[in-house]
Write a protein that binds this ligand. Structure first.
Ligand code: PLP
Length: 414
């Protein structure tokens, strides 16, 4: 936790509120995932999920450590190139790839996991334009993730996911018939967001992908990609039942690959696309108290940040937080911390008991690294700065946004 004076010092360069990138946590997550999986299955690759948090400084760490970039749009693909990823180490997923995107990615020999038949049409067009080229693509597989009782483990109430090609026989036959002769399938991708992120789901995904590889592309598949979604560090505030560790996931998935005859012979790369488990605990958010207000028995602490910065999905958990006071006190109070937007639902903390707050005190929110700054448009206020520790000093890795940047692409004349 930072001291009041440290925060004041950062505020001079970053403005308030601001994020702090915790580089050590991010690197630890990468190393711990790599150790868990890599010690059990030799050919293991992390494809870091850019959408979870694509701060270039973070992505560059992944590049330097030999990880791949997992991108889901042309915007993210271009970012990965700009950061300097070897294009062969970019995995291009997502449900919307135009012909020009696929053309560029195939020219670059990136791993393109196709999602739908119109994308196969794009590949066919590319194959016709490049008849002498051996073209390599991947296939996103949409599988039935149901347990022994027949209950779907797909996220939420969705039950049937929408991404990729269904494993149903008729669709697989159509897929096989649609692929031109000079196109080889080298990657199978099975990301499926599940209700419980259990090791069972990852075991099932890995086995299903191996089974499809054996059946349809036994000699060409080089990547078995089980997607992202694994649990990482969970703050005690979330009061979850015990969640699987990186070792638990790795042990179950490696067992599949080390026992599957095809995988033992073919030795495909095992790809994991972690997002939350890499980024969550890698960012903290510091916000300053603007006012403390009593309204009919309820206390509202308004800060210059917003729930849009700490939990844009507006879930009901109170995020882990610390009070940093200008003048420390033993006095406590019960309060609600509310954000600087004009929305009633902009509630960052509900009915917490902590040190009594006053104007110009700070609150540090932890575990805000996943789906936060990338998820939030500049709603009402400009996007905050992001800093990283640089020795005893702090370096800006994103400037505080300027209002003129927000408005620069609008037409102002009537
Ligand atoms: C294809 C793909 N890979 C990886 C991820 C990262 O998932 P998480 O952030 O839950 O680890 C997602 C998230 O939805 C995804 O869609």
């Amino acid at each position: 936790m930072k001291t009041y004076d440290e925060i004041k010092k950062i505020e001079v360069v970053a403005g308030s509120p601001f994020y702090i990138f915790n580089e050590k946590e991010f690197v630890n997550n990468f190393d711990n995932i790599t150790k868990a999986f890599g010690s059990r299955y030799e050919k293991f690759v992390i494809g870091y999920s850019f959408k979870t948090n694509y701060i270039p400084y973070m992505c560059n760490i992944i590049r330097k450590k030999g990880g791949f970039a997992e991108v889901v749009s042309r915007m993210e693909y271009d970012l990965a190139l700009k950061i300097g990823f070897d294009p062969k180490n970019i995995i291009f997923n997502g449900p919307m790839k135009h012909y020009e995107d696929i053309e560029l990615a195939l020219d670059n020999q990136s791993i393109v996991n196709l999602d739908c038949f119109p994308e196969i049409d794009h590949v066919s067009k590319y194959a016709a334009a490049n008849p002498d080229k051996s073209i390599e693509v991947g296939i996103r597989v949409n599988m039935n993730l149901s347990d022994d009782s027949g209950a779907s483990r797909v996220h939420g109430d969705i039950k049937i996911g929408r991404f990729g090609f269904s494993t149903e026989e008729s669709q697989m036959v159509r897929l096989l018939e649609s692929l031109p002769d000079n196109v080889k399938v080298i990657s199978l991708h099975g990301h499926t967001t599940s209700i419980d992120r259990s090791t069972w789901c990852y075991k099932t995904i890995a086995q299903t992908l191996c089974d499809i590889a054996v059946k349809h592309w036994p000699d060409t598949i080089r990547y078995i990609n089980i997607g992202g979604g694994i649990y990482g560090y969970i703050p005690p505030e979330f009061r979850f039942a015990e969640t699987p560790s990186f070792d638990d996931y790795a042990a179950d998935v490696a067992k599949v690959l080390n026992n599957d005859q095809w995988a033992v012979k073919q030795k495909p790369f095992l790809v994991l696309e972690p997002g939350i488990s890499m980024a969550s605990n890698a960012l903290s958010f510091i916000t300053k108290v603007i006012s403390v207000k009593a309204v009919r028995g309820k206390t509202f602490v308004t800060v210059d940040g917003s729930a849009f910065n700490t939990k844009p999905t507006f879930h009901s958990y109170n995020m882990p937080h610390y009070i940093i006071k200008q003048a420390d006190t033993d006095q406590t109070a019960v309060y609600n911390v509310v954000g600087s937007t004009c929305m009633e639902k902009d509630v960052m903390l509900t009915e917490v008991t902590n040190k009594k707050l006053e104007r110009d005190d700070y609150i540090q929110f932890d575990n805000v690294g996943a789906y936060t700054n990338v998820f939030t448009p500049p709603f009402i206020n400009v996007a905050p700065a992001i800093v990283v520790a640089d020795g005893s000093d702090y370096k800006l890795i994103r400037n505080r946004q300027k209002a003129e940047d927000v408005f620069k692409d609008y037409l102002f004349e009537g």
